[in-house]
Design a protein. Structure first.
Length: 120
């Protein structure tokens, strides 16, 4: 009977280790989107935000990184929504507070000129 107990513990530890590796990889991919595949960075950030174990990720950072990736994709509304979430979690976050009006200015530019504010 004791053998089963240790087997269950060992399997649980392996599962946690693999989960931690995935979360670490997602965190690295999420925050290092520059110069790479921005869409995969968005996916990695989203997985981090869906992680059950909040000790493994600080959600405010994941929202911030994903918002920046959305900006690179010219997905303004999604970027603003994530920056608003950053402000909800951390009201003193000046970066997020400054980015929302910046995005709105980019949207106005696009509206009035018909040109992309940030070329892809």
């Amino acid at each position: 009977m004791r053998c089963w107990f240790f087997l269950v513990l060992a399997l649980a530890a392996c599962d946690d280790a693999s989960s931690n590796k995935q979360t670490d990889a997602d965190r690295d991919r999420c925050q290092q989107y520059n110069g790479g595949d921005v869409a995969s960075a968005v996916a990695a950030c989203t997985r981090l935000l869906q992680a059950d174990d909040v000790r493994l990720v600080r959600h405010v950072h994941a929202y911030n990184w994903r918002a920046q990736a959305f900006m690179e994709l010219n997905e303004w509304e999604r970027a603003k929504a994530d920056f608003r979430k950053v402000l909800e979690l951390d009201p003193s976050n000046t970066f997020a507070a400054q980015r929302i009006p910046y995005i709105e200015a980019l949207q106005e530019f696009e509206l009035h000129t018909g040109l992309p504010a940030m070329p892809k």
